[in-house]
Structure formats: structure tokens, C-alpha cells
Write a protein that binds this ligand. Structure first.
Ligand code: PRT
Ligand code: ZN
Length: 285
């Protein structure tokens, strides 16, 4: 039994996907010229391919799992199951038009030429508004199409927006929000493979949770404990230890990073000192 996982060979998702796999304990060597490599410590092989091919490989059962952008899965209309959203590779698919046209509403583009590498999603978006557009399919550098008069507007992926700005385009409408997903084939899998997939999912979940949390340690007067407890949005109840100094305690806990600085300030206000924050490797329930 070998679980086969498809990964983008060389592109925006490659490094983060490899880092994620290594962080959940998979050991493998990456050779740029090898398409298929074995993990050293699990019956897993990694297939490095173009991202566009991943949905079909997973759909057809050539690979059991794949790491791929939701945008590619949706464009290819692949029949796969999404096991997890992975919180990297964030981007959006947007309709954009030359700034000087001052277009605020995508409906103005009815009947116009739209250059895109995402013909299905673009067509569906306009069709859902009862509109038809003339789709000009382009595989790369879509942003240049209006300048070349190949199209009137574009529908392309955007992350920071600087590519659009540099080409004098402004966003008219966002039609799809994307991030990297772990997808699974719908073909039946052996119990061994299912067990291995579950193990990977638990680890990815633990790694994601850890990434969004910090371990916090602080000293405080014992009388501040109730206040500190009410401030810490604890994932678990805090560990409280007596200190050698009479009337002082050490409090250890785990906090989510989204309210990190507010929590810190409130804790200091409640009398905590010597606050130490540590990253967490993984968190398994
Ligand atoms: O060779 P292969 O086919 O595997 O790679 P590719 O060139 O098709 O894809 P790649 O590596 O560019 O992107 C892989 C995936 O990364 C995409 O399918 C998305 O899920 C995700 N992603 C995240 C992005 C972006 N952000 C992104 N900004 N993919 C592409 N872009 C491009 C966009 O097309 C435009 O040209 O970056 C430019 C815009 O970026 P900003 O920052 O200027 O807005
Ligand atoms: Zn691609």
C-alpha cells in the first residue's frame, strides 16, 4: 500500500506544501528532476506535477490526495472531496478593467471581451447575472490583454493587487475567494489508506491549531488570579504554580494569537510580570 499525494512541482504552492508535509513528520528528499518520490518513514509517495493537472489526477484516482488551490479545483469542476482548507495560497479571482474606463459594475461588461485563464468560473459568474461575455482564453500574463487590445477587460487571480495596478487595471468585482485545499479522491480507498489519511488530517489540524496559538507564562500576585483567568481566552484552563516568593504564582496557558497584544496589555494591567511567549510545535486534542 502506498498513498499517493499530488503536489505542485514548481510554483507558488510548492514550498509551503513541502514545509507543511515536513512539519507533520513526513521525511523525504526533494530532487528537482524527480516526479515521484517516496517518503522515508511512511508508505507515501509524492507526485510533483503542474497544479492544473492535480484535480483530474485526484478525481481519476491516479492520486489519492492533492494539495491544490480551490480556484483550480473549481475551474476544472473536479469531482473530489475537500478534506481541509489549508490557510495558505490565499488569492481572489477578480474581474478588472482599464482604470480610465471608471467601470464600477461588472454588468457594464456584458457583450465585451474578457481575457482569462478561468473560462468556466468567468462564464458562470456572468451567466449567474444573466449576462453573456466573449471569453478570450489566455494561459498566462492575462493582465496585458487590454493593452494589446486582445480584450476589453480581464478576469484574473489577485493577491496584493500590484500586478493589476502596474497594468493600469482596477478591480470591478471579485468572483471567487481561494486558498489551498487538501482534496481526496472519491474512488474507494483501502482501510490502510483511510487510516493513514486520518492520521495526516489529525496532524495537519494540530499543526494549524498550534500555528494560531502561543504558549504563555507569567508571574503574578496570587490575588490577581481570578482577574487573569477572566482575561486569558484559554483553550484549556491555565496551569497555576506557586512561586518561592510568598503570595506569588506562575500562570501557564495557551492563547489564540488573534487577540495576542490586547491580552498582553490586559495581563500587565492585572499585575502580571515576566511574561514569556513561546511558539507551539503542534496541538493534538
Ligand atoms: O506551473 P503551474 O501550472 O503548476 O503553475 P501556475 O503558474 O499555473 O500557478 P502559480 O504557481 O502561479 O500559482 C499556483 C496557485 O497559487 C494558484 O492556482 C492560486 O491558487 C495560488 N495563488 C495565490 C496565486 C496567486 N496567489 C497570485 N497572485 N496564483 C497566481 N497569482 C498571480 C496572478 O495570476 C497574477 O499574475 O499573481 C499575479 C497577481 O499577484 P498580485 O500580488 O500582483 O496581485
Ligand atoms: Zn497552472
Amino acid at each position: 500500500m502506498q498513498l499517493r499525494i499530488a503536489i505542485q512541482k514548481s510554483g507558488r504552492l510548492t514550498e509551503k506544501t513541502i514545509t507543511l508535509l515536513q512539519s507533520i513528520g513526513l521525511k523525504f528528499d526533494t530532487y528537482k528532476d524527480h516526479l515521484l518520490i517516496n517518503c522515508r518513514n511512511y508508505p507515501i509517495e509524492l507526485l510533483f506535477v503542474r497544479d492544473d493537472d492535480i484535480p483530474e489526477y485526484v478525481q481519476d484516482g491516479v492520486c489519492d490526495l492533492g494539495f491544490v488551490g480551490a480556484n483550480v479545483v473549481a475551474e476544472r469542476q473536479a469531482a473530489v472531496d475537500v478534506l481541509k482548507e489549508l490557510d495558505y495560497g490565499h488569492c481572489r479571482l477578480s474581474v478588472a478593467a482599464p482604470k480610465e474606463l471608471g467601470i464600477q459594475d461588472a454588468r457594464v461588461l456584458a457583450g465585451k471581451r474578457i481575457a482569462t485563464s478561468y473560462p468556466h468560473l468567468t462564464h458562470s459568474y456572468f451567466a449567474s447575472h444573466g449576462l453573456e461575455v466573449d471569453i478570450v482564453e489566455i494561459s498566462g500574463s492575462v493582465e496585458i490583454a487590454p493593452k494589446l487590445d486582445v480584450a476589453d477587460a480581464v478576469c484574473d487571480l489577485v493577491s496584493t493587487g500590484s500586478t493589476l495596478r502596474a497594468n493600469g487595471l482596477s478591480e470591478v468585482a471579485t468572483i471567487f475567494h481561494s486558498q489551498t485545499q487538501l482534496v481526496r479522491t472519491r474512488k474507494p480507498l483501502s482501510d490502510d489508506k483511510l487510516e493513514l489519511i486520518n492520521k495526516l488530517l489529525v496532524r495537519i489540524h494540530g499543526q494549524q491549531k498550534a500555528q494560531n496559538s502561543r504558549y504563555i507564562m507569567m508571574n503574578a500576585p496570587s490575588k490577581s488570579l481570578d482577574r487573569i483567568r477572566s482575561i486569558i481566552p484559554a483553550l484549556k484552563s491555565p496551569t497555576v504554580l506557586p512561586l518561592a516568593e510568598e503570595g506569588m504564582i506562575a500562570v501557564h496557558s495557551v492563547i489564540p494569537i488573534d487577540r495576542f497584544w490586547e491580552v498582553m496589555e490586559e495581563l500587565r494591567g492585572a499585575g502580571a510580570s515576566g511574561i514569556v511567549i513561546l511558539p507551539i510545535e503542534s496541538m493534538i486534542d
